[in-house]
Design a protein around this ligand. Sequence first.
Ligand SMILES: Nc1nc2c(ncn2[C@@H]2O[C@H](COP(=O)(O)OP(=O)(O)OP(=O)(O)O)[C@@H](O)[C@H]2O)c(=O)[nH]1
Length: 372
Amino acid sequence: MSAAIGHFDNPIPVYLLTGFLGSGKTTLLNRMLLADGPRTAVIVNEFGDVAIDNDLFKVDGTASDLIETSNGCICCEPGNDIVSTLARLSAAIDNGDVSAVDRVLIETTGLADPAPIINQMLIASSYSIAGRFFALASVITTLDAVKGKETVEERILAHKQLAFADRVALTKADMLTQAQADRREALMALVARINPAARVFDIQDPLAQPESLLEHGIYAPDGRSMDVIGWLKAESPLSKAFGAKDVSQWLPGNRHSDVYTKSMVLDGSVTSRQVTSFLDILMRAAGNRLLRLKGLLSLADDPDRPYLIHIVQGTFHPPQRLERWPSEDRRTRLVIIADGIDEMALESFLQVLKPKRVRKAETAAPDTKSEH
Ligand SMILES: Nc1nc2c(ncn2[C@@H]2O[C@H](COP(=O)(O)OP(=O)(O)OP(=O)(O)O)[C@@H](O)[C@H]2O)c(=O)[nH]1
């Protein structure tokens, strides 16, 4: 194996980027990768079967050299685990399908539990080839300055994402109004309580250099990582912190229990009126149960310039009109992550966006109708 691919004494550093749904992972990722920076393999783990983040990387034109999108959750889907994914990357480098990389950056889904991923990486280092040639360098989590406190307090996954990070990237601080300044203090107090050792980095700070988040951290293979293994096993303090709530929500097998994803792909364009009323009704009806909506829309007024829309836990971020489609795929795509919304109701509501067609049955003569 060539030295450029990494070897046991000098493994390729792997950075894990976590953070709750919509907290700004993709945005940060695009800012961390510099055009003249080290060669970086980017692995994006999507929750849902329509890949949108993949296209967003291209829109923002980052320096990432490899994009591998894996469907299914990297923390709990057999065969899709982090070690298998790294083994595939290693094989691709060996075969010459991908040229050697200096580091790997993994963006997990917003619903990934970081503990099993970190565990897999640390445990694999002693038994698997991938585990020996790659090493977990650092875990970075994005924390939304506006919604972060409530999210961490209410959701065990967000709590764990914060607890397991060694670097916290505070996002969206620019969205806090003067009157909300105390929110930031309360959030920092929460971070200090849950993870006092974490380095907090405000990505909106004009002096911030997001690429500096990609330096070796406490998970680096320098001997101290053994402490981390012990720490991962000692999850009970986290569970205790949520003792009053329904414990089953984070037991293995029940993970993501009420959360599901709906994706929709549409040929043809939609009108802005259709989209506005669709989003208006959806947001009113679903409220915070609409964890995430991401969409690329072909609008009838200018189908060459798609609209990018984001809703994060009930907040509608200003839509962005892109100058061009990020890939060959010019279809309208929507991914919705819902928490406890009636699935059938959502599915039929999505039909509102379908272009209206005259159904055959409506035009056919009555005597041509089939009886069976
Ligand atoms: N104002 C502001 N908006 C931000 C910031 N970071 C992210 N956003 C916006 O928040 C929305 C979601 O950001 P993403 O980067 O897609 O979040 P994500 O964590 O990758 O989302 P998922 O992949 O769904 O989990 C987008 O509209 C971003 O433009 C920030 O620091 N300030």
